[in-house]
Design a protein around this ligand. Structure first.
Ligand code: ATP
Length: 227
């Protein structure tokens, strides 16, 4: 479902005399349906950069990223938008939302974008919000004023609203209490069972050991540090 091959990336610091920083060389990995692969490597090794290239936010310098058979490197932005709508989900570390949109709609939005009936979309959103212990009195409010942990749980609910066949998870259990962490691990396990291909960054080692089938150390793709 995800196939990365011979991927490289440099950052050019335009505000600092155009300094070019090579951050990735020859990155390669695959994630099969129903599999969860964890990215490891020290801070700064390039885990987030690799994830953002797959998501289509960072441009790759060279190489190939195929998500459900679609080439992401050099893709037209419309292709990326289409891929994200139906195929590729992403739970980032922080929730970014349009202000004033109620939480229930924030979570239902991916389903509404796929033309699911509004009532069914909101039902699914409510089910996830309840499961993630967001009090019902908050559902009608914008999550912009929520606590960090509440925002993260809204983000996770949104990330699991649609059954995206491919899912990117950036520290989904960070800063969650034990009960909510358990809920998130359960959601990940359910997604794997229905065949979702998952690529994740988990600093929570116990969570990683529980849900990941394999680990890929990105240090092997860091220029000058290759094993
Ligand atoms: N937008 C950017 N502009 C310039 N350099 C960047 C940018 N984003 C990341 N980098 C550099 O790329 C390298 C890899 O960073 P990245 O955030 O991918 O590491 P990471 O493995 O996810 O680290 P962490 O575990 O600390 O989140 C670092 O040296 C970082 O400074």
């Amino acid at each position: 479902m995800i196939r990365v091959s011979d991927l490289s990336k440099d950052f050019t610091l335009h505000t600092q005399g155009g300094t070019v920083i090579p951050v990735m060389r020859g990155a390669a990995l695959t994630v099969a349906p129903g599999e969860c692969v964890g990215l490891t490597g020290a801070s700064g090794a390039g885990k987030s950069t690799l994830m953002r290239m797959i998501w289509g936010n960072y441009l790759a310098g060279a190489g190939s990223i195929r998500v459900a058979g679609i080439e992401v490197v050099g893709a037209d932005p419309r292709v990326i938008v289409g891929l994200r709508r139906a195929t590729l989900g992403y739970v980032s570390q922080f929730l970014r939302v349009v202000p004033r949109v109620p939480t229930l709609d924030v979570v239902a939005e991916p389903l509404l974008a796929l033309n699911h009936p509004a009532e069914a979309a909101r039902e699914r959103a409510a089910e996830l919000l309840a499961r993630l212990n967001i009090p019902q009195r908050l559902w009608g409010l914008s999550p912009t004023t929520f606590s960090g942990g509440e925002q993260q749980r809204v983000n996770i609910a949104r990330g699991f609203a649609h059954a995206w066949p491919v899912l990117l998870l950036d520290e989904p259990t960070a800063s969650l209490d034990a009960g909510n962490r358990e809920v998130v691990l359960g959601l990940i396990e359910e997604a794997k069972k229905r065949g979702t291909a998952i690529l994740g960054i988990f600093h929570d080692e116990a969570a990683r050991a529980r849900v990941c089938d394999r680990l890929v150390d990105v240090t092997g793709f860091t220029p000058g540090k290759a094993a």
